[in-house]
Design a protein around this ligand. Structure first.
Ligand SMILES: [Zn+2]
Length: 165
């Protein structure tokens, strides 16, 4: 990623009001190591049900607020829909994402499965690995994996921004 200021990040959110975006808990360590990030993902340290994803897209920097759905982690391994990492049940969260300006005849939120710590960049780049689970064998290069993760997060932002599935 390119470097972005805190204000640029706050302005990027497409599914929060301006006031909400100003109040987002943005830990300092999120704004570091830009070159090793595919996109930003963090959990609100004071409110762990709330998380934030910010990605560079063709239409500029776009952020989305997500909410973890309460529920017990199931025993089965599950795959993150963004970085394709397999985790034991508790390592994946179902998150619900509010759409901006929802229209009556469309669902006003959507859901996806994602790494519970939103650290898809680190998993994609091999800096973090889920314990106790074997990943699928893949022939992709590190660069191809990064590209895929970036495409997936951009696709998610698109789905949130445009009211159709
Ligand atoms: Zn992930």
């Amino acid at each position: 990623m390119h470097e972005h200021t805190e204000q640029e990040i706050r302005k990027s959110f497409i599914n929060c009001s301006k006031g909400e975006a100003q109040r987002i808990n943005l830990p300092k360590d999120v704004l570091q190591d830009w070159e090793s990030r595919i996109f930003l993902g963090w959990i609100d340290p004071k409110s762990p049900q709330h998380g934030y994803l910010v990605a560079e897209t063709d239409e500029g920097l776009k952020g989305i607020a997500v909410q973890k759905k309460a529920g017990k982690g199931r025993g089965n391994a599950q795959m993150c829909q963004i970085c394709m990492t397999l985790h034991p049940g508790s390592g994946i969260s179902l998150v619900s994402i509010q759409r901006p300006k929802a229209k009556k005849d469309h669902y006003n939120s959507l859901g996806t499965y994602i790494c519970a710590d939103l650290a898809c960049s680190d998993y994609t780049l091999g800096k973090r690995k889920p314990e106790g689970i074997r990943q699928m064998d893949e022939t992709l290069t590190a660069e191809q994996r990064s590209d895929r993760t970036l495409e997936n997060i951009r696709g998610l932002v698109q789905r949130v921004a445009h009211s159709r599935d």
